[in-house]
Design a protein. Structure first.
Length: 386
């Protein structure tokens, strides 16, 4: 009898101990969830800053390169991808940090990982796509006024909306639609801003080439964004920082190699020395313009890939479109361009569209948190019953 009583006491004690452990786990869940939420919003903010600052700086420096005497399309394309070596310290750090986790992987998890050939094929395809896209942008930036170039770049949103719907199952709400319309209108206003246009004596043929190249580049870039998101979801299936770095490093390496081939095949490498000598602000300025353009593009790409990874390709493109009216505003302070009402209205519309999209993302986040709270309440009620 005493033995049964002791067993009963032990059983009751075990139940109490299990119940306390469950209560502690339930209590820790909201804290972990809150920490993950703060971390995610911090990363989103960081990626947004990277994309806006990097893209704005790269566009301004690209204009500066052509304005001061640069004329090589392949060099302008080359600097958009050649800055990838600055990622090597981050890749090394990410590799060292993920070592323990890779050692803990079991055989089943290793089998589910894509093969090296799959990754190589993926990076090769994206590298070739980037090369063609960057080259078309270089032609557009050379042959078109800034306002027309910005207007055509704004068509990325329309292309990206189409590709996101077809490839990424993107849902469109009134707020998202409102954001797309406002950002497109914001960039379109720059087309009527004649004060910001470059004074170029362009033939009709060159203008048409620039127009078609910029339009094609916008469509290609939108396709690239949607395919990157699809690759993260269907092929890579790894929610790690290293996967974002790899998606930036290897395609840019392949694109840089293609640009080197293009430089020699086109014969433009022969003119680079004279181009440097005749650069209006000197050799050092020529080199620094190219170097910082390359760095700016890598910062921009990091922000773009991070936003695709954390949210969607459409969200990344929306943030990128915000920089289109920001560039003319920055040119007022950097290049002493004239500011007028069109630029101010364009910037305000861009901010309105940006806030509209962010608010939709906030609503989606609130719905997700409400769903988590309901699941926690169900778990609590289950624990109380037990």
């Amino acid at each position: 009898m005493e033995m049964y009583q002791e067993q009963g006491v032990q059983t009751t004690g075990d139940k109490k101990e299990q119940s306390s452990h469950r209560d502690m786990d339930v209590t820790r869940q909201p804290q972990r969830s809150r920490f993950r939420e703060y971390k995610r919003w911090f990363l989103l903010s960081l990626y947004i800053v990277f994309l806006l600052v990097g893209q704005s700086a790269a566009t301004l420096l690209g204009n500066l390169y052509y304005d001061k005497g640069g004329n090589s399309k392949w060099m302008a394309t080359f600097v958009q991808s050649v800055g990838f070596p600055i990622l090597i310290p981050l890749l090394f750090y990410s590799f060292q940090r993920s070592k323990p986790r890779r050692n803990r992987l079991n055989t089943a998890a290793s089998k589910s990982k894509p093969s090296v050939f799959t990754f190589a094929l993926l990076y090769l395809a994206f590298g070739l796509l980037l090369t063609g896209d960057n080259l078309m942008y270089s032609y557009g930036l050379l042959y078109l006024p800034v306002s027309t170039y910005s207007l055509l770049c704004a068509t990325q949103l329309a292309f990206n909306a189409l590709f996101s719907y077809l490839l990424n199952s993107q849902k469109f709400t009134p707020l998202i639609f409102n954001s797309l319309v406002l950002l497109t209108l914001s960039a379109s206003l720059l087309a009527v801003n004649s004060d910001s246009e470059k004074s170029k004596d362009l033939s009709k043929t060159k203008y048409i080439i620039g127009f078609l190249c910029t339009l094609g580049a916008s469509a290609t870039y939108s396709l690239y964004l949607s395919l990157v998101q699809l690759s993260f979801e269907k092929v890579i299936k790894a929610e790690t920082f290293s996967s974002v770095l790899n998606m930036q490093f290897y395609p840019n390496f392949i694109s840089s190699c293609c640009c080197v081939v293009g430089l020699f095949a086109s014969g433009e490498w022969k003119t680079l020395n004279s181009e440097m000598k005749e650069y209006q602000t000197g050799r050092l300025s020529y080199i620094m313009t190219l170097v910082w353009t390359a760095v700016s593009w890598q910062i921009s790409t990091m922000g773009m890939l991070g936003l695709i990874f954390e949210v969607s390709s459409l969200f990344s493109n929306v943030i990128g479109t915000v920089s289109l009216p920001v560039v003319p505003i920055l040119s007022v302070f950097i290049f002493h361009d004239k500011i007028n009402g069109v630029k101010v209205v364009s910037l305000l519309l861009a901010l309105w569209g940006f806030i509209s999209y962010i608010y939709q993302h906030y609503l989606d986040d609130q719905k997700a948190k409400a769903a988590k709270r309901r699941s926690v309440e169900v778990l609590n009620s289950h624990v109380e019953i037990c």
